[in-house]
Design a protein around this ligand. Structure first.
Ligand SMILES: *[C@@H]1O[C@H](CO)[C@@H](O)[C@H](O)[C@H]1NC(C)=O
Ligand SMILES: *[C@@H]1O[C@H](CO)[C@@H](O)[C@H](O)[C@H]1NC(C)=O
Ligand SMILES: *[C@@H]1O[C@H](CO)[C@@H](O)[C@H](O)[C@H]1NC(C)=O
Ligand SMILES: *[C@@H]1O[C@H](CO)[C@@H](O)[C@H](O)[C@H]1NC(C)=O
Ligand SMILES: *[C@@H]1O[C@H](CO)[C@@H](O)[C@H](O)[C@H]1NC(C)=O
Ligand SMILES: *[C@@H]1O[C@H](CO)[C@@H](O)[C@H](O)[C@H]1NC(C)=O
Ligand SMILES: *[C@@H]1O[C@H](CO)[C@@H](O)[C@H](O)[C@H]1NC(C)=O
Ligand SMILES: *[C@@H]1O[C@H](CO)[C@@H](O)[C@H](O)[C@H]1NC(C)=O
Ligand SMILES: *[C@@H]1O[C@H](CO)[C@@H](O)[C@H](O)[C@H]1NC(C)=O
Ligand SMILES: *[C@@H]1O[C@H](CO)[C@@H](O)[C@H](O)[C@H]1NC(C)=O
Ligand SMILES: *[C@@H]1O[C@H](CO)[C@@H](O)[C@H](O)[C@H]1NC(C)=O
Ligand SMILES: *[C@@H]1O[C@H](CO)[C@@H](O)[C@H](O)[C@H]1NC(C)=O
Ligand SMILES: [Cu+2]
Length: 590
């Protein structure tokens, strides 16, 4: 491929896998992140973020053991950027994980950031921007890490990868402005304009009769989950989020934003017709469905290029797989009893500016002046006190090798996919809808070999319980992967093994150079105080709560009645009615 360079450098290391010697390569990418244009749904040519002038972005195909060196140049001119390697462990290299203000500084226009790390895992992953809600403007693509120990090797003929996603015509900075706004007090998310399959709407997959394919599917969308099915063909699920599983046959899978599945599909022997392959956005997520919205994207398995392309059947004729029952092939058993149980009550509500935000335990995430990792590295013993990272990073300090339970109670009536950086977690329990709070006394047993993944969704007003081992020193976000909710503050921070980080991490000079270019401080507590680490004066904080006497419902009613009266008066009425003179200028939450 002409748009990136791959150098096979003299083998750096030899890895032994069950007696096979595998040579590890250094794979170097030179990327210029810059604007280009595309019209993937055939309805609107719009600016998109490409790499070296190309969009869709390249699918990366790496091998376990490889070293990746990605020289990421920000050629956007008018936005900062960053790359997150979704699902990667980054052992001893948490500073390569990507989220700005967490483990690095924003890459400002004109700067080049070097991501440099080795791959000690395999499976289907993806890479995307972690700056603001940027990736839905195009900076997202699948990434495969080939496994020398692939348990399904020999059981298929060819590997294929496709993405699913939602697509907007407006750009994310504008969508976010409208979403987190007094004119949107209920927090209704922007509804996509269309759905895409492999970044297009006319996707055709030529197949050969009798062959078996390993089809790898990732949802790279901003917001909408998708039902996926191939008519006339069952799928045997063999991988979730980078974890090989025992085969489980199904006619349909359900992928939230950021989730991945790999499936084995065997082709028919006759080539008399072609078969629809459908992605259908979960309309439960949309507050209202615009009359002109086609929430499906249909592609075809093409046995016969000249042949008929039939229309798909109804969604209700298929039944999605319940991922909770999958079993990893590696047999990793349920971790022992937890050392810490972290209960997160998530809710969505209005703050004093009348806009809608999202909360874990009443805290809406706000990023800080000093990236959290740099605070860890420069505060000595104080690093084990979560206070220094700033109230609104919602930081929890974990000790090395602790077993951690996260209980997530969804007080909201929507579905939310949660992603933990730097780990995959065991899934112990997901409640049905409307169960309310998790009740430990009710749950008698957990799976002996639980499914593990890195992104898992909670049902409306339900709960889930997940467990992971704090065996990976680093600063790791846990957040809702719906970009609108992430930007509305639905995130918190794990500061995992701060002492070990201080002892073992070697952050490259290049990262500090980028901070210098972006003007971000790199030492001290969240507020950049290097003298008194417990003086957080100047830390970034969320908007104040609603003034006393105002309930969120009251604000909503006020704004709604005003919108009903005549469009456009909402903001005026709110500020006019606010008794405490709420400042109309609100700091950005991310
Ligand atoms: C990156 O791409 C932009 C837009 O095409 C171009 O203006 C710029 O010169 C490129 N920068 C580098 C370092 O290649
Ligand atoms: C940056 O420039 C691109 C390309 O001209 C444009 O589409 C985009 O809206 C700009 N972004 C911002 C935040 O102004
Ligand atoms: C990380 O670094 C520590 C200290 O050098 C070392 O003991 C450990 O094996 C490393 N972990 C991995 C996964 O390489
Ligand atoms: C990548 O990291 C390795 C290990 O720290 C180092 O030896 C190498 O020089 C780095 N490569 C680049 C291009 O920075
Ligand atoms: C990725 O590379 C491996 C060889 O390293 C190859 O077998 C496989 O087909 C490739 N996958 C894709 C989707 O190109
Ligand atoms: C999907 O698109 C990517 C990027 O354009 C491409 O590399 C890949 O081969 C496509 N998948 C299939 C099955 O054609
Ligand atoms: C798919 O699996 C279901 C349930 O096992 C079965 O009834 C159906 O016949 C299978 N369909 C195909 C096309 O194999
Ligand atoms: C296709 O033909 C082969 C060889 O005759 C047979 O083993 C296989 O079961 C057939 N596949 C299907 C889906 O009928
Ligand atoms: C989307 O596809 C489903 C399943 O075929 C169908 O029930 C629904 O009517 C389709 N929606 C639109 C807008 O075409
Ligand atoms: C397959 O999934 C079903 C539920 O969807 C579950 O009952 C069954 O135990 C699973 N089988 C395996 C082998 O994981
Ligand atoms: C727990 O069990 C009690 C009694 O069986 C039941 O009333 C309650 O709804 C259950 N709560 C949960 C959270 O499952
Ligand atoms: C949890 O369920 C038990 C019954 O299984 C019940 O006695 C207890 O009150 C419940 N606790 C809460 C907090 O709902
Ligand atoms: Cu969410």
């Amino acid at each position: 491929m002409a748009f990136f360079f791959k150098f096979a450098v003299a083998s750096l290391a030899l890895f032994f896998y069950h007696g096979f010697v595998v040579e590890a390569e250094t794979v170097t990418y030179n990327w210029n992140i810059s604007w280009t244009t595309a019209n993937p749904d055939g309805m609107l040519e719009r600016p998109v973020i490409g790499i070296n002038g190309q969009w869709p972005l390249p699918v990366l195909n790496l091998t376990k053991g490889d070293r990746v060196v990605a020289n990421v140049h920000n050629g956007l001119g008018n936005e900062t950027t960053s790359i997150h390697w979704h699902g990667f462990f980054h052992h001893n290299t948490t500073f390569m994980d990507g989220p700005p203000h967490v483990v690095q500084c924003e890459i400002p226009p004109g700067s080049t950031f070097v991501y440099n790390f080795t791959l000690d895992q395999a499976g289907l992953y993806w890479y995307h921007s972690h700056s603001k809600g940027q990736y839905p403007d195009g900076l997202r693509q699948a990434l495969i890490i080939t496994d020398p120990e692939n348990p399904y090797l020999g059981q298929y003929d060819e590997e294929l990868v496709i993405s699913l996603s939602d697509w907007y015509h407006d750009q994310m900075p504008d969508l976010l402005k409208g979403f987190i706004s007094v004119t949107n007090p209920t927090g209704a998310e922007p509804v996509p304009k269309s759905a895409l399959m492999n970044e297009t709407q006319n996707f055709e997959l030529p197949v050969q009769p009798g062959k078996t394919y390993l089809l790898r599917i990732v949802n790279v969308g901003a917001f909408a989950s998708q039902y996926f099915w191939i008519e006339g063909h069952n799928m045997s699920v063999v991988e979730v989020d980078g974890v090989w599983t025992k085969p489980n046959e199904t006619s349909m899978i359900y992928l939230t934003s950021a989730q991945r599945y790999s499936v084995l599909i065997t082709m028919k022997n006759e080539t008399t017709t072609n078969y629809p392959m459908v992605g259908s956005m979960d309309t439960d997520l949309f507050d209202k469905i615009p009359a002109d919205l086609n929430w499906n994207v249909t592609g075809w398995l093409v046995y016969d290029k000249q042949g008929h392309r039939p229309q798909p059947h109804e969604l209700e004729e298929f039944d999605p797989l319940d991922d909770v029952y999958l079993t990893p092939t590696d047999g990793v058993e349920l971790y022992e009893q937890p050392d810490q149980v972290i209960v997160l009550n998530m809710s969505m509500n209005n703050l004093g500016d009348g806009a809608n935000y999202a909360f874990f335990n009443d805290i809406t995430y706000v990023s800080q002046k000093v990236p959290t990792l740099y605070s860890v590295m420069t505060t000595g013993d104080a690093a084990s006190n979560p206070v220094i990272y700033g109230r609104d990073t919602n930081s929890y300090v974990l000790l090395k090798d602790q077993v951690i339970d996260i209980v997530l109670n969804n007080l909201d009536t929507g579905k939310h996919p949660f992603h933990l950086h730097g780990h995959n977690f065991q899934v112990l329990y997901r409640s049905p809808e409307e169960e309310g709070f998790f009740n430990a006394t009710n749950t008698t047993s957990f799976p002996a070999v639980p499914m593990r993944r890195d992104t898992f969704w909670v049902k409306p007003t339900g709960n889930f319980l997940i467990r992971f081992k704090a065996d990976n020193p680093g600063v790791w976000l846990f957040h809702c992967h719906l970009q609108f909710h992430f930007d509305a503050g639905l995130a918190m921070t794990f500061v995992e093994a701060p002492r070990e980080m201080q002892q073992n991490l070697k952050i490259p000079q290049n990262h500090y150079d980028v901070c210098k270019a972006s003007g971000e401080p790199v030492a001290g507590n969240a507020a950049g105080n290097t003298v008194d680490l417990f003086d957080l004066t100047g830390e970034n904080r969320s908007v104040d709560p609603l003034p006393a006497g105002f309930t969120a419902k009251g604000v909503v009613a006020l704004v709604f009645s005003c919108i009903a009266a005549f469009v456009g008066c909402a903001a005026v009425a709110w500020y006019g009615a606010a008794p405490l003179g709420v400042a109309p200028v609100v700091p950005s939450p991310q």
